[in-house]
Design a protein around this ligand. Structure first.
Ligand code: SF4
Length: 426
């Protein structure tokens, strides 16, 4: 790939120069992203290969995220690890998983501990009964953020299950990304009006969808961290549409690209793209956002959120994310830099975000729990990315209306945050 030159911008010193604290962890256990994606598949029964201490926290994840199934694992404490029981114990857990009713897939998730991270794949079965056995390696020391372990998990099971034989479903599109449940329905509805016959949402709940995904007409990533999964689709010669249907210009460009990629009726595609652009513009005109907003998070969607907020009228000087820089985020990064964003930090730390808080004096903050707490301590209204913002539509003009309206209301409530600060200071 040829290098793309970024425009010269003046970086703001305090943010880029912020020194990360080496004593505080900057991320939670990333394995939970992979576990969540794999445990949610109907007919999948994950087996964990790791130290008993990891299982303690990660068992919680399978219940908390609604998969309604328990992990299967050999209890590996220090003595079992020293004795070399890892392969035997894992094989026993696989045998037990295969006996679960309707079991079609057994992801074996190997984690940080050296003995399990190096679990030899050739010593595990590839199939037991009706179930495919797939080793998924997600050690935290090698994968920085939990979104990126979702990509590892999905690409690994897809590589095994995605079917290449049989006719191509040229008018079927894979929508890639875990999003608010109404969003895939809205996107599916729009795409069908354009002439798309079917959409498949990954990561999803259906093993059959993983199999069919190998023969679709195009893949549309909604999140920019599915790097390995996209590489896999490309190896299958399935084209990838860039960007995402977010905001005014992003939605318009996405609809046009997808229509062209699938050879859909250009007149119809143009009509739909124009209508969506007009609807999103109407949202920006009728619900303008005023104020300075910092957009900080960990999933990589922060750049798209920032783009939407700028189109709605906000000043966004700073965007940070936990994922690494990637060609998938480059269109949004270039757009943001052209529209006044001064600092865009990948692999950010809490210290970067706090430096931005000092430097830009925002009216409102979107961020992770610890950062929002710091902002609120200063009387700045703040919303958590995961629980509050990601819990509402985001894509197409309907998503723009929901997101812009929510942020606008939060900024309007800013005086209350300062009132509370003053109240407790007295
Ligand atoms: S040791 Fe690794 S896998 Fe286990 S809980 Fe810690 S970060 Fe997660």
């Amino acid at each position: 790939m040829t290098a793309i030159e970024l425009p010269e911008i003046e970086l703001t010193g305090p943010v880029t120069a912020a020194k990360p604290c080496a004593l505080h962890p900057q991320a939670m256990c990333p394995a939970f992203g992979a576990l969540r994606v794999l445990a949610r598949i109907d007919g999948a029964h994950p087996v964990m290969a790791t130290d008993i201490g990891c299982n303690y926290g990660l068992t919680f994840v399978t219940h908390f995220y609604g998969s309604r199934k328990s992990l299967l694992t050999h209890q590996l404490g220090t003595s079992e690890l020293m004795q070399g029981d890892v392969v035997e114990g894992t094989r026993a857990a696989i045998e037990m998983a295969a006996q679960e009713p309707g079991c079609e897939l057994i992801p074996v998730i190997s984690l940080c501990v050296a003995e399990t991270a190096g679990l030899p794949e050739e010593m595990l079965p590839t199939r037991v009964g009706n179930a495919e056995v797939v080793l998924v390696r997600v050690p935290a020391y090698a994968i920085y953020s939990h979104p990126e372990t979702k990509d590892v998990a999905l690409s690994t099971v897809l590589a095994r299950l995605g079917e290449q034989d049989g006719p191509r479903a040229d008018k079927t599109v894979v929508i890639l990304g875990e999003v608010f449940p109404a969003d895939p329905l809205a996107i599916d509805h729009l795409l069908r009006r354009m002439g798309v016959e079917q959409t498949i949402v990954l990561p999803g709940r259906n093993v059959g969808d993983l199999r069919r995904a190998g023969r679709v007409g195009a893949v549309a990533p909604l999140h920019p961290f599915y790097n390995r999964t996209i590489t896999l689709f490309r190896s299958w010669r399935i084209p990838v549409v860039g960007g995402a249907p977010v905001g005014i210009s992003g939605t318009y460009a996405w609809i046009k690209s997808l229509g062209e990629m699938l050879h859909l009726d250009p007149v119809l595609v143009n009509q739909i793209a124009e209508a969506e652009r007009a609807a999103a513009q109407a949202v920006a005109d009728h619900q303008p956002i005023e104020g300075t907003v910092l957009v900080t998070g960990y999933e990589g969607t922060e750049l798209a959120y920032a783009r939407l907020l700028i189109e709605a009228g906000a000043d966004v000087p700073y965007v940070s994310t936990s994922i690494g820089q990637d060609p998938l985020v480059l269109p949004d990064e270039l757009w943001l830099r052209r529209h006044g964003v001064r600092d865009i930090i990948y692999r950010k730390t809490l210290e970067h975000d706090v430096a931005a808080l000092d430097a830009f004096k925002p009216d409102f903050v979107l961020g992770t729990t610890p950062f929002c707490n710091i902002a609120k301590d200063r009387g700045i209204p703040a919303l958590y990315f995961t629980n509050q913002l990601a819990a509402r539509p985001f894509f197409l003009s309907g998503g723009m209306a929901a997101t812009a309206g929510f942020v606008r209301n939060a900024i309007a409530g800013g005086a209350r945050a300062q009132w509370m600060l003053d109240f407790f200071a007295e």
